[in-house]
Design a protein around this ligand. Structure first.
Ligand code: PDD
Length: 288
């Protein structure tokens, strides 16, 4: 279904009329942060963690908090309602505001720009992808040194996904100079070793601390599944029993090949699919 209404700075505007100023700092400097939150069966998934991470991203970049968490929560829900989203996502972006182009920050009275949009994703599309599993292409991590902040500076991610797509891969995995996987272009990277242990990189400044990652860690504790938070190499990943990525909307998405080489028997992993099925039982679920 079409996105009909977009929230922009306090107003709900028809999609075709929604816009921000040409001198918005998000547009000129990538000076903006964002969140993507899953809407599942008309419920908001892990809203608290997403809102908290947004607050952290704003704080790290010293962007003024545009509204209280309660107000943001109302905006997200109203945007979901107006677009009749039952399954899909809600996207929130906050920039430092609009101001004649200047590298230096604008004065304090300049209001941050806030945009919220909601979009449906047919559940069948994700289920089909999960049933088949996705291919990964690895490439050097060319991003900046603060990937723990969820900024809209997504050009390296866009280039990586485009390069991956040209080779039939749905996601790119970034690799650091030591040969360790950092994370996906828009997801966290996981493998399951021969002993059945899960391995994902520790949440340092080289990766985004994914909300789905955190929720999955809660699920693993509940299920007594061993987790190692450490870097892993591309070679380790190729030899893994299973591999998958996590992100909002995708939750767990099985990985069936890396750089053209099959993982395990080349089909989605048993443990991956089980954890995918159980994921929402560990998440915070609230009426949208
Ligand atoms: N991307 N790492 C990166 C670089 C990401 O962009 C994302 C999310 C994640 C997973 O985070 P979470 O589990 O909180 O969704 C990890 C979103 C979905 C996007 O850009 O569309």
């Amino acid at each position: 279904m079409m996105t009909r209404t977009v929230y922009v700075n306090g107003r709900y505007l028809p999609y075709g009329e929604a816009g921000v100023h040409v001198e918005d700092r998000g547009f000129q400097f990538g000076d903006a942060v964002y969140e993507v939150c899953e809407v599942n069966g008309g419920r908001l998934v892990d809203e608290t963690r997403h809102v908290q991470r947004l607050a952290r991203s704003l704080m790290e970049l010293a962007i003024r908090r545009p509204m209280t968490p309660a107000a943001l929560s109302r905006v997200m829900r109203e945007t979901i309602r107006r677009n009749r989203v039952t399954n899909g996502l809600v996207y929130v972006q906050v920039s430092r505001g609009a101001r004649p182009r200047d590298f230096l920050f604008p004065p304090d009275h300049v209001e941050p720009t806030v945009v919220c949009l909601a979009r449906s994703i047919p559940p069948g599309r994700l289920e089909a992808a999960a049933a088949a599993g996705i291919a990964i292409k690895t490439m050097p991590d060319t991003r900046w040194a603060r990937c723990d902040i969820k900024t809209v500076m997504l050009l390296p991610a866009s280039l990586a996904k485009e390069a991956a797509r040209k080779e039939g891969a749905r996601e790119a995995w970034f690799v650091d100079p030591d040969g360790h996987v950092t994370e996906g272009a828009s997801s966290n990277a996981w493998i399951v070793d021969k002993e059945g242990r899960l391995i994902t990189r520790q949440a340092d400044i080289a990766i985004l601390r994914g909300v789905a990652r955190t929720t999955l860690i809660d699920l693993l504790k509940r299920e007594n599944i061993e987790l190692l938070e450490r870097p892993f190499t591309v070679e380790e990943a190729r030899a893994a029993r299973e591999a998958f990525v996590t992100s909002a909307t995708n939750t767990l998405m099985p990985v069936v090949s890396i750089d053209g080489q099959p993982i395990g028997n080349g089909s989605p992993g048993i443990l991956t699919l089980r954890l995918r099925a159980e994921f929402h039982s560990a998440a915070e679920i609230a009426d949208a």
